[in-house]
Write a protein that binds this ligand. Structure first.
Ligand code: IPD
Length: 268
């Protein structure tokens, strides 16, 4: 695909993410009770409506397969001919609780490579966008990882879900503090990665995250000059993986804190 066509897809994905985010925002005040997928994982009618909107627009514009959080993977979506990866609302618990910390995340992949990543945070009105080899932006302005130029303590966001043990999560927090780093958990893996790309976070680590939460943010971090592991190695697309994304100065110190068997740590 030439750069002109990819740029057209990027504009399409940006407009779609904004439209999808506005739909989620409109739906929030009249929401039916959330449905529990597990003790801490929920789905709302807005998650489904937003994913349906996104799927419909992609089908009409490109007719390409989608892998989405709520409706799964379309038939034939092996990724070789192009695949959209969609999280309609990342940070669903924050969304339900009335916080602004949630977003729409869209990515386009081909032949196992992430070509586009777009994340829209409706409440903060932040639109993050990256195209492979073309840099990353927020609301149209170029962004860069921190390079620790703030000269203060590093801030590392550490995501958690029931897919890994609470003990392993707490061990990681202990080691971060012992290494003189601050930790945060703000409830949206996609925004945690976007915040690495724009320097608000110095790193994002989660022992297991799903591809729809991570792939758009991974491209943002890389295009903003950061380091990420090869999240898509093995079955990362369909089964998720460890994610480590950071300003380059921190990738080795952070990798050293992770258990040897925690996932694939080779670079992307
Ligand atoms: C979750 C959030 C959370 C991360 C979990 C995800 P959801 O996604 O991104 O921050 O730690 O791994 O499952 O359920 O809000 O779309």
């Amino acid at each position: 695909m030439n750069l002109h066509e990819l740029a057209g897809r990027q504009r399409f994905a940006e407009a779609l993410a904004v439209r999808a985010g506005k739909l989620a925002l409109e739906m929030r005040s009249t929401l039916a009770p959330a449905e529990a997928k597990s003790a801490i994982d929920f789905c709302t009618e807005a998650d489904r409506a937003v994913e349906q909107l996104v799927r419909g627009e992609i089908a009409a514009a490109y007719g390409e397969p989608v892998l989405g959080e709520e409706y799964g993977q379309d038939a034939g979506a092996d990724g070789s001919a192009g695949l959209w990866v969609v999280d309609p609302i990342d940070g669903t618990t924050e969304y339900i609780h009335g916080s602004g910390r949630w977003c729409v995340s869209l990515a386009f992949l081909r032949d196992g490579a992430i070509e586009l990543g777009v994340i829209y945070e409706p409440v903060g009105n932040r639109l993050f966008s990256a195209c492979a080899g073309q840099g990353a932006s927020m609301n149209g302005d170029p962004i860069q990882v921190s390079r620790l130029e703030h000269r203060a303590v590093p801030v590392i966001e550490v995501g958690w879900s029931e897919r890994r043990s609470l003990d392993a999560y707490c061990d990681l927090l202990h080691m971060l503090v012992a290494s003189r780093m601050e930790f945060r958990r703000r409830g949206s893996g996609a925004l945690g990665l976007a915040d690495v790309a724009c320097g608000v976070n110095d790193g994002y680590v989660e022992l297991h995250i799903n591809s729809w939460d991570a792939v758009a943010g991974i491209l943002l971090v890389r295009e903003a000059g950061g380091w990420t592991n090869d999240f898509l190695a093995g079955n990362g697309l369909t089964e998720g993986n460890l994610i480590l994304a950071a300003t380059p100065e921190l990738h080795q110190p952070l990798a050293a804190l992770l258990p040897a068997n925690s996932g694939r740590l080779q670079p992307y």
